[in-house]
Design a protein around this ligand. Structure first.
Ligand code: GLU
Length: 549
């Protein structure tokens, strides 16, 4: 085709008024910041996957720690896979985890629009230019023709694809194209690849290191028959115009890298850095596989919100997956906070990262142990206001009690075992609310009960002490007077010599006050419940078990 024919073809394919490529480059000037520019570019095809949230978290963290910019770009060019409200769902999930983009559809910036389907004009302008330069052409091959090409290549044991001699529409003349357009035959626009599969290129990936791959020789599709771009093309145009400095994405895109590098080089003579992240995996009965939307309920980010996993605890877990040294650093000092840690791609795993709910749970316990009660209380309340209004109301009536319960055994080096998510508060602390205590049906049973000793202990307020140590020494003194064993070793040797043991006494108190044989620190619980309530619970116990008042 002559230059004139190419220009005519470009005008025939894109008769509408389009901006010039040079104008676009001038409009979206380089950003005036030193830090990294990263982005999260999800397709709104359903719920947000925890792996995507992990990617978004990494992109946000890398931008933040370098005083850069993190933006959200919605990749909605596959209209068939779109779901209704898909964009709102993504934004909502990101906000729920505090991963706020600096720019995006909600808070437009000067590099927008941030929704790809709104950028059609931009893609068309670039494709039109490529057609003029002879680097892109319309392809009228329909499904059936492509299918027979694939079969022929299979039979001939050739590499599958639309390339070189197999790219038949490359050689259509201007007249032939014009005729097909007049006949309204559907077409796509393909890139004319000059690459050779036998040549290789080497690139440095921020996570994977040096990678060598064959160059791309496929004439990939740039614009689909609906006029929207493919991922490959839109990625290159957008990440250039939005000035992304590092493309952070899942390593399922690694195999497409030769296409992207080729397009970047050819269209812009430049390409951003890449960081391809290993996927999150799960252990499925001994078989490690990628977390999957189909099989794993914990794949949906809403799972974590409903379970009451704090957003910051999930981020701490992400951090432990991103860097094997993070957890040790975090545990080293009470004041160490996630925001103060500096992450680097070189420490991120190259293979899959096992996403283990048990490990997440232990990180959550550390989180609850480390954060202040004043910070945690409103977060618990917010959870219950959403998922259990009755309990939220009870909490509001007993704020002090709840805070005291949350303060029990607060030591992040040996975190308490009972609170691993917001939902655990009700499971573990319901009995501190008189209303719930009175409704309790299933109560643990005691084989041994000594009502007189217990009554004296409660009635004389002997449990009141300034701290746990004083409480314990007063308790021992009291029990010795009543011929209870203080040492369990002695008791086990000669139980008949004693009225009971310190353990059996504490168990009586515990069951009576909480209905359970296991509870957090008893001294603190007695203090939280207070004089009146302790005696009231004693009476309830007597009534239920001995029919006495
Ligand atoms: N839209 C692509 C996806 O959802 C994004 C890949 C990328 O970050 O470039 O997988």
């Amino acid at each position: 085709m002559t230059q004139l024919e190419r220009e005519n073809l470009a005008n025939l394919l894109f008769p509408q008024d389009l901006p010039l490529v040079e104008e676009l480059k001038e409009k979206y000037l380089p950003r005036n910041i030193k830090g990294e520019v990263t982005r999260f570019a999800p397709s709104p095809t359903g719920f947000l996957h925890v792996g995507s949230l992990y990617t978004a978290f990494i992109a946000k963290t890398i931008a933040n720690q370098s005083n850069g910019c993190f933006y959200l770009r919605i990749e909605d060019t596959d209209q068939q896979r779109m779901v209704e409200n898909g964009i709102e769902l993504i934004e909502k999930d990101l906000l729920s985890f505090g991963i706020m983009p600096d720019e995006g559809p909600l808070n437009e910036g000067i590099y927008g629009p941030y929704i790809q389907s709104h950028r059609k004009e931009i893609y068309h302008a670039f494709v039109k230019n490529l057609v003029k330069e002879g680097k892109a052409y319309p392809c009228f091959c329909q499904k059936e023709e492509l299918e027979s090409l694939r079969k022929a290549q299979e039979l001939g044991k050739c590499r599958i694809g639309y390339y070189q001699e197999y790219a038949t529409c490359r050689s259509l003349t201007f007249e032939e194209i014009k005729e097909k357009l007049e006949q309204k035959i559907p077409y796509v626009i393909r890139y004319y690849s000059k690459g050779s599969f036998n040549e290789k290129f080497t690139i440095h990936d921020e996570v994977k290191g040096e990678i060598t791959m064959p160059c791309n020789d496929l004439d990939i599709i740039l614009l689909k028959s609906d006029g929207l771009p493919t991922y490959h093309f839109a990625h290159v145009i957008d990440d250039y115009l939005m000035h992304t400095s590092i493309v952070i994405r899942g390593d399922e895109w690694l195999s497409s890298l030769p296409i992207h590098i080729q397009l970047f080089d050819d269209i812009f003579g430049f390409s951003p850095r890449y960081a391809h992240l290993a996927p999150l995996t799960t252990n499925d009965n001994g078989k490690v596989r990628k977390l999957s939307k189909r099989y794993d309920v914990h794949c949906k980010v809403s799972y974590y919100l409903e379970k009451g996993i704090p957003k910051d605890a999930l981020k701490l877990y992400f951090a432990t997956l991103m860097d094997p040294d993070f957890e040790t650093w975090y545990m080293l000092d009470e004041n160490h906070r996630l925001e103060d840690y500096t992450f680097s791609f070189s420490k991120m795993p190259i293979g899959g990262s096992l996403f283990d709910l048990e490990k997440l749970n232990s990180i959550c316990k550390i989180y609850f142990a480390k954060e202040s009660v004043d910070k945690l209380y409103p977060l618990f309340l917010e959870y219950y206001e959403k998922y259990d209004v009755e309990f939220a109301d009870l909490m509001k009536g007993e704020e002090q009690k709840v805070k005291e319960f949350l303060s029990i055994e607060k030591n992040f080096l040996r975190p308490r075992k009972d609170i691993g998510c917001y939902a655990d508060l009700k499971k573990e602390a319901w009995y501190i609310f008189n209303e719930l205590f009175d409704r309790a049906k299933e109560k643990e049973h005691l084989d041994f009960f000594d009502d007189k000793v217990i009554f004296e202990y409660l009635e004389k307020n002997l449990w009141i002490a300034k701290d746990n140590d004083e409480w314990m020494s007063k308790l021992k003194e009291f029990l010795e007077k009543h011929h209870y064993a203080i040492s369990m070793k002695d008791y086990k040797k000669n139980p008949e010599n004693y009225q009971g043991s310190i353990a059996s006494f504490c168990e009586m108190l515990r069951v009576m006050m909480t209905t359970k044989k296991v509870s957090p620190n008893l001294y603190e619980l007695l203090t939280i419940l207070g004089k009146e309530e302790l005696l009231r619970r004693y009476q309830i116990y007597m009534k239920e078990n001995f029919n006495e008042c």
